[in-house]
Design a protein. Structure first.
Length: 378
């Protein structure tokens, strides 16, 4: 009775063709896989393909252990569902693979009644709530830098100018040894002013001038700049979705975001065999409030920058987007804080995953609709 009712639901009155169950599954926002009695993958929806970074043609008929470690509790859950003929769930499962890094997921496994040897596996990633929390934290960190930048510009630059002027006056009648000291004072004052100048970028709170931006043109521009300078020894791989709609944003600031991310990736890459992967995809995004307004935007455009460096140290990951947090010997720790501010100004989300040989920064950005598209720029 229930099966006949389900079949009836798949047919719409007045239509001869039934709805496609595979198409329905691919419209779901969660990864869904179907595994047979031999542990072979019989179906992956689009979200599963994106989650595991693999195509359906590559995985159909292949062992699930090509995607999931053989000792993973996910496999035990499949066997439990098959043995009990009932749906089973497990929360807080850590899925860690070289291909996708580490994820915390909720797993549901349910056996199919017909054919009976198949089990449907659904993965619910717990990162959406974490992304929202992280986004709010990143924006809070950026706001603290804004306040600090405004204070430093007013309270520090003026006294520094006086200190530098006094050092120059002393230098006129100083001995050679003392001139070295006055020169040191001037150099250090100039260094602090340069740092304050960099921080003043954060105090610019004017509304963004946005338009439709071809994100592939932005990434291509960033790649050319990088390969002509700081990343000339790096191999770039491009995995673009050519059908991606334009991003609603400011082209110059998007260039600044990805230049920062690509420069960090290049510095993290090994001297030999360094690789940066630039990728774009369309995803079912979440809705977030745009900074400084009451509007909410959909974030379906995913842009990723991946490197094969050593990874981000565990102790600084929770604070990576805070100002003055850096692993570089001479770094200021302002690059990622600025990236977080600009992404927040666009109403987007930035997140990252890091493991040895695989660190990925992922940006979810809003889509432009019915606005002119900017493809080229200086």
């Amino acid at each position: 009775m229930m099966r006949r009712a389900a079949a009836t639901l798949l047919r719409r009155p007045g239509r001869d063709e039934p709805l496609d169950p595979a198409g329905i599954l691919s419209a779901l926002p969660e990864p869904v896989l179907v595994v047979d009695n031999d542990g072979l993958v019989r179906f992956l929806n689009l979200q599963a393909q994106a989650f595991f970074d693999v195509s359906a043609s590559r995985m159909m008929g292949e062992p699930l252990t090509d995607l999931i470690p053989a000792d993973s509790p996910v496999l035990q859950l499949i066997e439990q569902a098959r043995a009990t003929h009932s749906r089973v769930s497990e929360y807080g499962v850590t899925l860690d693979t070289p291909r996708i890094g580490q994820h915390s997921i909720t797993v549901q496994a349910a056996p199919l009644a017909d054919p009976p040897d198949l089990v449907v596996l659904t993965l619910h990633e717990r990162s959406i709530a974490r992304k929202i929390d992280s986004q709010l934290s990143h924006r809070g960190a950026a706001r603290s830098v804004v306040a600090m930048a405004a204070m430093l510009a007013h309270e520090v630059k003026n006294p520094l100018s006086g200190i530098r002027g006094a050092a120059q006056l002393l230098e006129e009648n100083a001995s050679e040894d003392d001139r070295m000291l006055t020169r040191l004072i001037c150099d250090e004052a100039d260094r602090i002013v340069a740092l304050v100048d960099r921080m003043e970028v954060f105090s610019d709170i004017r509304p963004l001038e946005t338009t439709g931006v071809n994100i592939h043109a932005v990434l291509e521009h960033v790649r050319r700049v990088a390969q002509s300078g700081f990343a000339r020894h790096i191999r770039f791989v491009e995995k673009y979705d050519p059908s991606l709609p334009p991003v609603l944003g400011n082209r110059d600031q998007l260039v600044q975001i990805f230049l920062n991310l690509v420069k960090n990736a290049a510095e993290a890459c090994p001297e030999q065999g360094g690789e940066i992967i630039l990728s774009t995809a369309y995803q079912h995004g979440v809705r977030l409030a745009v900074a400084g307004s009451e509007s909410r935007v959909h974030l379906p455009l995913l842009v990723s920058v991946q490197d094969n460096g050593e990874g981000i140290p565990e102790d600084i990951r929770p604070h990576l987007f805070d100002p003055f947090v850096t692993t570089k010997l001479n770094g200021t720790g302002l690059g990622l804080a600025l990236v977080a501010k600009i992404v927040g100004d666009h109403g987007g989300v930035i997140d990252f995953e890091s493991a040895p040989r695989r660190t990925v920064f992922k940006l979810s950005l809003p889509m432009a609709a019915d606005v002119p598209v900017t493809e080229e720029g200086p």
